[in-house]
Write a protein that binds this ligand. Structure first.
Ligand SMILES: [Zn+2]
Length: 68
């Protein structure tokens, strides 16, 4: 289990598998879409800025029901 602080609300976001750069996660506290921008240590940033790769590059993303 990897943990990193949410840049929006400072909530501790848990990532179940070893993340890769560009992986998307959702903060369970503030529902912000986040992206992994650094691996050691894991650092998260807002995901709405620019997709690092293509929109289909993260097929493992499970939390898609975001209402922004
Ligand atoms: Zn948050």
């Amino acid at each position: 289990m990897i943990k990193s602080a949410c840049p929006e609300c400072d909530h501790e976001v848990q990532i179940e598998t070893t993340p890769n750069l560009g992986d998307r996660v959702i903060c369970l506290s503030c529902k912000t879409a986040l992206v992994v921008i650094r691996l050691s240590p894991v650092q998260l940033d807002w995901a709405f800025i620019d997709p690092i790769e293509g929109p289909a590059s993260n097929p493992e993303v499970k939390l898609l029901d975001i209402n922004i």
